[in-house]
Design a protein around this ligand. Sequence first.
Ligand SMILES: Nc1ncnc2c1ncn2[C@@H]1O[C@H](COP(=O)(O)OP(=O)(O)O)[C@@H](O)[C@H]1O
Ligand SMILES: [Mg+2]
Length: 443
Amino acid sequence: MASQTGLTGPERPPHFTDDAWIEVLSAVDRTYADLVVYQEQLERQNAELEEMRTFLTAILSSVSDVLIVADRAGRVARISRSVMALTGCTEATALGRPLAEMFETGERAVLGGLLQMVRDRRRSTGLEANLLTATGVEPLDVSIAPRLDDRGRVDGFVLTGRPMGALRKAYAELTDSHDALKTAQAQLVRNEKLASLGRLLAGVAHELNNPISFVYANAHALERYAGKFETYFARVQEGAGREELIALRQSLRLDREMANLREAIQGARDGAERVRDIVEDLRRLSSDGSGEKTVFDLAETVRIAASWVMRGMKQPVALVMEPLVPAKVLGRMGHVQQVVMNLVQNSVDALEGRESGEIRISIQTEGQQVVLTVADNGPGVPDEMRTSVFDPFFTTKPVGRGTGLGLSISHKIAQEHGGSLSLAEGGPGATFRLELPLAEGAG
Ligand SMILES: Nc1ncnc2c1ncn2[C@@H]1O[C@H](COP(=O)(O)OP(=O)(O)O)[C@@H](O)[C@H]1O
Ligand SMILES: [Mg+2]
């Protein structure tokens, strides 16, 4: 204010009135007041900025994922502490480097292309990429998002990356245990197959024994006849007299043996044919179920499978198979055979020790479905077990007799064929119902 007073007196410009001076002074006052306001605003904004900076720094240093902020040109502007820890860079060494250079050489072009795409479309995108680290590379599940300015233009990029190592490891472990499970499952299915095969073999041995002994006995008889004829023809050759030959013929009973000869040949042939049929059946039974799907007659399959189970049986059980309507089904014959054999075997088991046991098998078509029922007059399945019988390992049979897998595998096979396997309501005894879709165009 000294200069103000200093302007009083003769040096004061003549056209400056007092009013003008007051005007100037108040303008100065106003400006000063404004300045104070601006100063306060600036300080407030400064504090906000500082707070924002601390906030951002806190984020950058606390995120465990990789976080890289880049400018419009795709050059690194900020990196999270996790990036520094991984790569060994400091913010100073990383700053201004092209973002893509932080990744493996082979991926840089792709990354560059992606940045361009994000820039053009203003939308996030992702990829798997290997971040160069102090010790090698770190595979990351990367996501790149555009950073927009207040006018909505792309002003830079934010790249986040989740280390894949842990994910990969977890995934690999999952795959391993899945594989182990599959192997175990295959093993179990094999065990069940072996168990039914064992039972089947008992039946096969028994069944083959019959025709083979038949063939054997007839061959033995043929040998005997051959001996007699040899004796007779030797005498003919030696020029024996008619009388002698007639007597020899009688003593050797050649006329009767002649008729027997035909019978023995027929018998041996029957036996051989029976063996051939059995082998044929067995070949079908052992046909690998994993093969191609084919169209086959369910009735035929059921007949063979059921009769084979019955052959292995220790006590008499009546088997009634009617109606057995021919029904073409598309699927794996071996698998369906396995289902039928298991159902019939379960019935045979349920009838063990019971008098006048009976198993009824029927095949009927209902619309586009074919329905096979296997019913027995055994004790049936108690209500509380109705659902459990389909569970793997559920068995009421002693160790060595039951695996508890038959129904669970059968259920799965039915489903794989687009059908179902269920336990019908009511009794007495148990009735299992297998439904399968009829093969297209067949009825
Ligand atoms: N026809 C049936 N009558 C009574 N119970 C049955 C019948 N079929 C199956 N079950 C019951 O279901 C259980 C499971 O059958 P399954 O899965 O074939 O295994 P497994 O025959 O090895 O025991 C049997 O142990 C039995 O208790
Ligand atoms: Mg069974």
